[in-house]
Design a protein around this ligand. Structure first.
Ligand code: PLP
Length: 493
């Protein structure tokens, strides 16, 4: 199946492209994104037939339904990476925590956040296509803490791919920083930036616009690709696990076939919930998507009012940093599905020029038929973390935002799945603050030790090992020096 563009075609790029092209070169006409020309329809028989099948089989069958132009051998090799998750047969377990409430744990991969669910197989596939074409790609990543470790882990020592990863020095947890700076692999460069995540991201944007940088890349025969969720190669793997949610509830005999459920997704760039939106369109019976945000409430505002307004807004730094966002990339793909390319281009150009777009009443209602949204603050999240641990369930601050949606947005008495996007081990100081109801600044190491011994909580070996690992990347620089450092890295490797 081929891919088309969310903002229409400019007459220069091809009208449609195969999957391999869409993921190697993910930027489409007019700054748009690639989306599948149509979605495969998988319906009830497909879902029923997978109740007793493995996650890998489900993933394989969904990828097949998309008719992607990737060799069978390469698909299987990519999916085998789920064998490295805690439980190879069930990489993302769906756990019952209350009568009608289930937690889909997406953090059982190598870097303990949901980014592994897609980046693990995606890294393998991207490298295989680059090899087949005999081309070399540079992936530039700016991370607030979860994408960086996951991207470095998946691409390390992969052929025909290099990764330069920028993180805000002091802006991530110790665990997240160590996951990056201890990663080895000749094809990886990790750079701390003096500044916050916005600075890292805008430095990256400047780099992408720099003529001298493009010339340097060309001279060394290197093309640019992307590993964030603007790349459909990530989204395709983020559809599969929403089928898994439904299948697990069937298997646990919590629902019967056809019964609708709510899905609650803690959101930032809207990639996780976009996968859910596609899964519903492909046949998963979902009543509604409940979008949870933190104090950066731009998604709540958009869904509740139809207005996306970032004029004069500043990013707030919260205890759920992976959701700290102002411009959310993947709303574009939802807008394309609901309103078409012409209108999507119009609205997003408004946003670029004026920092605001306004949808009509009809458009807003159409969005609200699918999504509801709510946001909460850090104090609410900390209260939830404590409440749940008192009942024996440990969750991270991103997951905790989902409970507000569960409590306040449901209009029907339906089974509800909330998505747990990170393990508590990545945010242990916040979790310890929640439990002790203090605001002492704990180190990650102390918080991990205290929580794991007091509550008998499991610490994965990969997290324990971080504190004794060799630091392979110690570069911390000013924004102005990023270009020269990356060019130096390209020349040396
Ligand atoms: C990336 C991330 C999110 C946000 O996911 P989006 O797909 O960008 O909406 C939420 N929680 C955690 C822990 C994450 O790493």
């Amino acid at each position: 199946m081929n891919f088309i563009e969310t903002r229409g075609n400019d007459g220069i790029k091809p009208q449609e492209v195969p999957f391999s092209e869409a993921i190697l070169n993910p930027s489409a006409s007019f700054g748009g994104l690639y989306v599948p020309k149509e979605l495969p329809s998988l319906e009830k028989d497909f879902i029923q037939n997978h109740v007793n099948k493995s996650y890998k089989q489900l993933a394989y069958d969904i990828l097949k339904a998309f008719e992607i132009d990737i060799d069978e051998k390469e698909i299987n090799k990519a999916l085998d990476l789920y064998d490295n998750f805690d439980d190879a047969s069930n990489p993302c377990p769906v756990v019952k925590v209350k009568d009608d409430l289930f937690v889909h744990e997406q953090y059982h991969g190598p870097t303990r956040a949901f980014k592994d669910m897609a980046l693990q197989p995606f890294g393998s596939i991207l490298s295989s296509i680059a090899q087949k074409r005999n081309e070399n790609y540079l992936i530039l990543a700016a991370t607030s803490g979860d994408t960086g470790p996951a991207a470095l882990n998946t691409f390390k020592n992969k052929s025909n791919i290099q990764v330069a990863c920028l993180y805000p020095d002091g802006g991530t947890s110790d665990v997240q920083r160590l996951q990056m700076v201890c990663e080895d692999g000749k094809n990886l460069k990790v750079i701390g930036i003096k500044g916050n995540f916005d600075d890292a991201q805008s430095a990256l944007k400047n780099l992408l616009a720099s003529k001298s940088f493009k010339d340097d890349l060309q001279k060394h025969g290197i093309k640019l690709s992307a590993a964030n969720s603007v790349n459909f190669g990530r989204i395709i793997f983020q559809i599969i696990y929403h089928f898994w949610s439904y299948i697990q509830l069937l298997k646990q005999e919590e629902i019967t076939m056809g019964e609708k459920i709510y899905l609650v997704v803690p959101s930032g760039n809207f990639g996780n919930v976009l996968g859910a939106f596609y899964a519903k369109a492909m046949g998963v019976p979902v009543e509604k998507f409940l979008v949870a945000s933190n104090e950066n409430n731009i998604l709540t505002q958009w869904i509740n009012t139809g207005i996306y307004d970032i004029r004069g807004k500043e990013l707030k730094l919260t205890k759920s940093p992976a959701m700290d966002i102002l411009k959310s990339s993947n709303i574009e793909r939802v807008m394309y599905s609901l309103y078409g390319a012409k209108r999507t281009k119009e609205l997003l150009e408004d946003l670029n020029q004026n920092n605001i777009f306004e949808m009509t009443k009809e458009e807003t209602s159409k969005l609200q038929e699918q999504f509801s949204a709510i946001n909460s603050d850090d104090a609410y999240g900390q209260k939830i973390i404590k409440e749940f641990l008192d009942d024996g369930y440990l969750m991270d601050p991103h997951t905790a935002t989902c409970l507000k949606a569960y409590e306040e947005l449901r209009q029907k008495d339906l089974k509800t799945v909330i998505y747990s996007t990170a393990e508590w081990t990545k945010f242990s100081p916040t979790v310890l603050n929640s439990l002790k109801q203090d605001n002492i600044k704990y180190s990650d190491k102390d918080a991990l030790d205290e929580i794991s011994s007091k509550y008998n909580a499991n610490l994965p070996q990969s997290i324990k090992d971080l504190f004794n690992s060799k630091i392979n990347h110690d570069l911390i620089i000013n924004k102005e020096d990023i270009e020269s450092q990356i060019v130096k890295f390209i020349k040396e490797s």
